[in-house]
Ligand binder design. Structure first.
Ligand code: HEM
Length: 417
């Protein structure tokens, strides 16, 4: 108990759909961290962790579960699974991506996917540079633009389309599917949005199925080829599992990387000294990416489920109770990051404590290297292409998607006549 009579913020007060939270998430999170860093929220049945050390320990614990179907039925996290009826004849691994699976399915699918995807990302530098160059070329000579719509959205979509192997002629269609599939991330979506997302998911699965058949006949230099070759070499993956998890790369990767790019540009433009340091030394782009991930991580939280009763810092956790690591709160924990609300590139030096923007442990983000590569490339090329870039000075509206944070629009002026 705390002596402060104000009610503690609960899980529902920490969603971007709440205007007070959206206006300043840090204020509410700092309040929770100060008054009750391990909070058993009676309304949702979730335990909330606001400290870096507790979040890190939770993420790294290999004995915890992730599959929401295993959460206590009364909890809100479990209720999300009831949004759409499922066909029990279809195995879970063909219905949901690795993000919602536990061992042994999680490891069986993640291992070959991660091996192939990381090898591709490792070689993707020239590809990402070409994508960023072409998007920036389209903006050349413009006096003003919306950086979200015209740069931060197209870069991740075009990069992943090319990594997967989507034909240039199908990329606009691919972009439309990708934008609709992202609606599945919103547990508060309307029935009409749900139907749109489902139709787009089916269309993308069908397209990936065609691509897989084409690559079996004629291999190409892309991730779809890597996956059908891994399967042919004995990786125990069904076609449907490949389609579901390649789709997950879009769902997990596009919007989040958009948010990282837009939030990073906004922070840099709002901190001219740090931007001047980056301009003088473009190698600091990596530090700018890490500091953006720490201060304005695109993902607010991630979750694990306790298989049996346990305690976290003295707070009891019941068997099957969902425990949320509040990543945004952990990344501003003053115990770990001095002056946590200051944007400082110099804090990302060897040996410094890492942020938890990409989660951790068995489920740690599979796309972290790609997101970092895309954001770094944008930071290096954007400020070189537009030396006088400035914020237009309009208020920045933030998207209302629960669990995520990023500008909906970011108006910039270039100084071009
Ligand atoms: C800045 C951008 C990104 C952020 C902040 C982010 C954040 C996260 C977080 C917090 C998780 C959950 C980790 C956990 O529970 O411990 C996750 C998982 C995942 N992310 Fe990302 N992500 C980003 C970009 C990407 C990209 C570019 C891709 C793919 C192209 C991607 C694909 C995935 C997948 C497939 C998972 C599930 C991994 C698993 O459960 O084993 N993400 N991401």
């Amino acid at each position: 108990m705390t002596e402060d009579a104000r009610p503690l913020p609960g899980f529902l007060d920490l969603l971007s759909a709440d205007p007070g939270y959206s206006a300043c998430p840090e204020a509410r999170l700092a309040d929770l961290r100060a008054r009750c860093p391990v909070h058993a929220d009676p309304v949702t049945g979730h335990v909330l962790l606001a400290r870096h050390a507790d979040a890190r320990r939770l993420l790294n614990d290999p004995d915890l579960w992730r599959n929401p179907a295993r959460a206590a039925p009364g909890s809100l996290f479990h209720r999300f699974t009831e949004l759409r009826p499922v066909d029990p004849a279809v195995p879970a691994s063909e219905r949901t991506s690795i993000l919602m699976l536990d061992p042994p399915d999680h490891r069986r699918i993640r291992e070959p996917l991660q091996k192939a995807f990381h090898a591709r990302v490792f070689r993707a530098r020239a590809l990402v540079e070409a994508v960023v160059d072409s998007v920036l070329a389209g903006l050349s000579g413009r006096a003003a633009f919306d950086l979200v719509a015209e740069l931060a959205i197209p870069v991740p979509i075009h990069a992943i389309a090319r990594i997967l192997g989507v034909a240039p002629g199908r990329q606009e269609e691919f972009r439309r599917w990708s934008e609709r599939i992202i609606l599945t991330l919103n547990p508060l979506r309307s029935p009409a949005e749900d139907a749109e997302a489902l139709a787009a998911t089916e269309a993308l699965h069908a397209h990936l199925g065609e691509l897989m058949a084409a690559r079996r006949r004629a291999p190409a230099d892309d991730l779809v080829t890597d996956m059908v070759e891994a399967q042919a070499a004995g990786a125990p993956l069904s076609d449907r599992e490949i389609q579901v998890n390649l789709t997950a790369l879009l769902v997990g990767g596009n919007l989040t990387t958009t948010d990282l790019i837009a939030s990073g540009v906004k922070l840099l433009l709002a901190h001219p000294e740090e931007l001047a340091r980056l301009r003088a030394d473009p190698a600091l782009a990596s530090a700018a990416v890490e500091e953006t991930l720490r201060m304005e991580g695109p993902v607010d939280f991630t979750v694990r489920i306790a298989p049996s009763a346990m305690a976290i810092a003295g707070t009891p956790v019941a068997a099957r109770q969902p425990v949320f690591a509040l990543l945004r709160a952990a990344n501003r924990d003053p115990e770990v990051f001095p002056e946590p609300d200051r944007f400082r590139l110099d804090r990302h030096v060897a040996g410094a404590a890492p942020h938890v923007a990409f989660g951790g442990g068995a489920h740690s983000c599979i796309g972290a290297a790609l997101a970092r590569l895309e954001a770094r490339t944008v930071f290096q090329k954007l400020f070189a292409a537009f030396p006088d870039l400035r914020l237009a000075g309009e208020p920045t509206p933030y998207r209302r998607l629960p669990g995520f944070r990023g500008p909906e629009r970011l108006a910039v002026v270039t100084g071009a006549a």
